[in-house]
Design a protein around this ligand. Structure first.
Ligand code: FAD
Ligand code: FES
Length: 265
């Protein structure tokens, strides 16, 4: 993990309210993994005061070296509004990569990826990383959901060899009409899976976790929490984990990826 000044190489709107940004970095991201995130300082004169966390959407590579990172973000408040105004050549201080990753064992042959709304970045990074892995699962099914087609950013990024993509929208404006979890259940009725990896709104993750538990499928979720430091210092991102008893864990250092069945929802 390093702190460095990065250079904005692109920052464009992909669907209304969602932006894709490329940042050139000097060092530190060669072995960054899907699920990991960065803390970005936005704005000037400490306003907003706190850095904002964003998952890695992908790495920019030259030959084998990572020369930069990509993030995909939704404008929801002051920080992301300011971020959306950044231009090519602007400098942004970034700390990362932070956090853990999805762990997919070689014995996982049937993998399901689920992303809702702004949960797309770590799932896209995971999908593209799997392409480079010779022992990747034989079957990879991807389920992407959003309220409407305006909430489906970068779905063409999942048009990858060997991946099957199903899109759902709550209002039926694109793909299946209904919740992404309905499509997931229908698919699982036909074909079982060894592992589900998911990222998205808490309600969706809770539903995916429950579907996985009901069918005895392992499930890993990348969750969000309010973060001030991103490094285990402020205790602001605690979540409860249960094994034989309940423990507190930090989303920033112990996560953001957790075994869904161990989270206290
Ligand atoms: C590990 C991690 C990875 C993330 N990855 C991404 C990503 O790839 N793309 C993306 O668009 N967003 C991501 N987020 C959420 C992103 O950090 C927030 O949307 C951002 O910090 C909001 O900043 P803001 O100043 O625009 O909004 P603020 O003005 O700070 O807040 C606006 C609204 O968003 C809510 N909010 C702010 N931060 C969070 C948060 N962390 N979780 C839930 N709600 C929040 C606030 O409660 C408020 O209602 C991630 C969060 C975490 C913890
Ligand atoms: S964000 Fe400070 S401890 Fe996790």
């Amino acid at each position: 993990m390093v702190t460095q000044d990065t250079t904005v190489t692109w920052n464009h709107q992909v669907v209304p309210g969602y932006f894709r940004m490329g940042l050139l970095c000097d060092t530190g991201f060669d072995s960054a993994k899907p699920g990991q995130f960065v803390m970005v300082r936005i704005g000037t004169e400490n306003s907003p005061l706190l850095r904002r966390p964003f998952s890695l959407f992908g790495l920019i590579r030259e030959k084998r070296r990572a020369t930069g990172i990509e993030i995909l973000y939704k404008v929801v408040g002051k920080g992301t509004e300011l971020l959306s105004c950044c231009k090519e050549g602007d400098r942004l201080s970034v700390i990362g990569p932070l956090g853990n990753t999805f762990s997919i064992s070689d014995s996982c042959r049937r993998l399901i990826l689920v992303a809702g709304g702004v949960g797309v970045p770590p799932i896209r990074f995971l999908a593209t990383s799997l392409l480079e892995n010779e022992s990747r699962p034989d079957i990879c099914r991807v389920f992407i959901g959003g309220r409407s087609k305006e909430d489906l950013a970068c779905i063409t990024e999942f048009d990858l060899p060997g991946f099957m993509l199903e899109v759902s929208t709550d209002d039926g404006s694109l793909g299946h009409h209904g919740l992404v979890t309905r499509s997931l259940e229908k698919s699982l009725d036909k074909d079982p899976a060894d592992l589900i990896c998911a990222c998205g709104p808490e309600g969706m993750l809770k539903a995916v976790s429950s579907i996985a538990a009901g069918r005895n499928i392992s499930c890993m979720v990348s969750i969000e929490a309010m973060m001030a430091c991103g490094m285990g210092a402020c205790l602001g991102c605690a979540v409860r984990i249960v094994d034989d008893k309940v423990h507190y864990r930090h989303v920033c250092v112990d996560g953001p990826v957790f075994d869904a069945q161990r989270l206290v929802w």
